[in-house]
Write a new protein. Sequence first.
Length: 152
Amino acid sequence: MNQGARNPALKRLDAFIGEWRMEVGLSSPLPVEGRARSIFEWVLDGQFLIQRSEVPDHKAPNSIAIVAYDRNRERYRQHYFDSRGVVRLYAMTFDGSIWTLLRNAPDFTPLDFFQRFTGTFSDDGNIIRGTWETSSDGSSWVRDFDLTYSRV
């Protein structure tokens, strides 16, 4: 089997590798109780980044996300799956400091609302402070909830 050369853009994602504690902001419509965590790791010879998130509270879903690099479009894509049966595809960017996810087109499900996430890494790389937002029209955005990742 031929192994494809690993795109240098994937190296940038090493910043995510490891276990993170997740905390949902107080404004969340889903108050999460217990310790939520997310683990990022490389799979398939470092060609894909997988994120496994576990939430001990039934009010929020567990999920798996797989990040791939699209060489033709020179961008990342996050493929998201959760315990509710939700499947979504997000355009993703990461410049080493700012992490964004955007869903603005129908994918595996109709586009009933737009979503975006913006997370900022702390200077030491051990905290990601982010916000999920929603929009009914793709131009007027409303904060859905804040989400903080802290490296374990």
